[in-house]
Ligand binder design. Sequence first.
Ligand code: GLC
Length: 616
Amino acid sequence: MKSEVKRVTEYQRRFRKHFDELKWLYTELYDNKSMFAELCERMEYYYHERSEKLKWLDRKREKNPNWYKQNDMLGMMLYIDNFGGDIKGVEKKLDYIQKSNVNYIHLMPFLDTVEGASDGGYAVKDFRTVRPDLGTMEDLDAFTATCHKKHINVCMDFVMNHTSDQHEWAMKAKEGDGEYMSRYFFYDNPDIPKSFDETVPQVFPTTAPGNFTYLPELRHWVMTSFYPYQWDLNYHNPRVFNEMMYNFLYLVNQGIDIMRLDAVPYIWKEMGTDCRNLPQVHTLVRMMRIISEIVCPGVLLLGEVVMEPVKVTPYFGSPAKPECHMLYNVTTMATTWNSVATRDVRLLKQQLDSVNSLPKEYVFLNYLRCHDDVGWGLDYWTLSNWGMTEFNHKHYLNDYFLGKAVRSNSRGELYNDDEATGDARFCGTTASMCGVERAGFEHNGAMMDEAIQQDIMLHAYMFMQSGIPVIYSGDEIGQVNDYTYKDDPRKCSDSRYLHRGAFRWDLEKKIEEPGTVENRLFTALDQLEKIRKKENAFVSTADTWTVETYDPAVLCIGRYYENNKVYGLFNFSEQPKTAWIHEDDANYRDMITGKVLRAEAVKLEPYGFRWMKWVR
Ligand code: GLC
């Protein structure tokens, strides 16, 4: 009885705190009292449905809202089938996750979808069913509980921009049911679609051109910004928002800690605009944040905003009205690969400076590679001042990573190579892009040493950035591109499958075999990860800055937190370097070798790096 009273109070406390703002935002978008009342009622329902264990975690995190900004956070993203066969299989491999020092795993899309029309699971058929070959909701629930016991956080995708064309709503819409058609964007003549097409850019210009799909059986056009089988949801309809929020709450109640809001900039459409990042998107995200603060405050929102920097940061909201807890550091990722191809860190330094100048409350997820392609979203204005044009430079970058340029050992493939615009993005794993694939194929030991060194240096640099690092499963053992997708008719047209191969457990065994690629990479990363977890200069809220090195190939990052200062020096070239930084005249300890050195005339091997800690 007593705890029941406490629970009601807790919910009401949170609800009252946010009620006015939530009502205001909802009314602004929908002006629909009964739908708002329904939303509030359902929120309370999902609160009561939430397990005591999760509520306990919520309370703990509410008391320590910076819980995810600590230096122990290390993420890994993986596909359930590639990694462990099914959910139970992944559960059996959690020891490996822990051995990899990872305490946050992103399970790539696993909800029910349609084979052959799934966009890697990003076309959801049922938000409340797990893909049958991967397991059940009960398995997921059991899995998250096991993870929590091991202090591992679980992240999943909330694909909210669209559903599969086989989703129950889409099926009913196909039968001409107006109620369900109104949950998508349907037009009975091509005029409106044409008008949209005039201002809306294409996401997949080659693999899925256009923003609309004609349905002959219905004689209607339906909006499909991504693949034709991914129907855009119409958030102008409050029923869509409410139902999607119920799905969200249902899913977080299975023990999900981090919800990745897939393709979130796209969720509001308005004719005459580019249908990206519209103000209403922010209203929707803010409402989602409030709803989770009320029902499940331990849950983090991770926005997938693959846009230029000025469009990204607004998704953090403001301190008084926060939206996402975390966002991907996408421009930094692309700029990193630009530095790899050019041996020039100037643009990267500038990019890091702009990230470092943002409020420290903003948490970015840093990564080298993920399941998607690398899009060359660079600061072309700066590059043009250095004599580079966007078109030519993108060509150079693609050529470089295809292995066609001089001094490149990279291997990979183009993605959405658009003949009309000449634009293309790039696919490949970190190891392949660093030369591990080519060196292995050619049995070239010196090339392999260089490739491994570059791969380690890039991870060491990623760990130094401000925010939380996320490893793409397989990168920790140097897994290379997997070309078998070409034999699969359901995958062969989407080159992103090149870097979505099955985890090689046969190679994982080689971690213990000294001198193997797997051993060299894994042990080097392991050492860095352990240092990172021990040194509080790596917390997310540390001061982070870059330092001039007087060499365009050498990047220097400084970090400071509670009297601890560290520097990282990274050589992006195959030449040995001597780095000059004149920050202070203190002594430093090399965090790997333990040797004491000054922060000047620091020797760096080809693709070498150094982590140094200030000795007081
Ligand atoms: C996100 C995913 C990508 C997917 C798209 C459509 O950008 O990362 O893989 O194709 O959303 O859902």
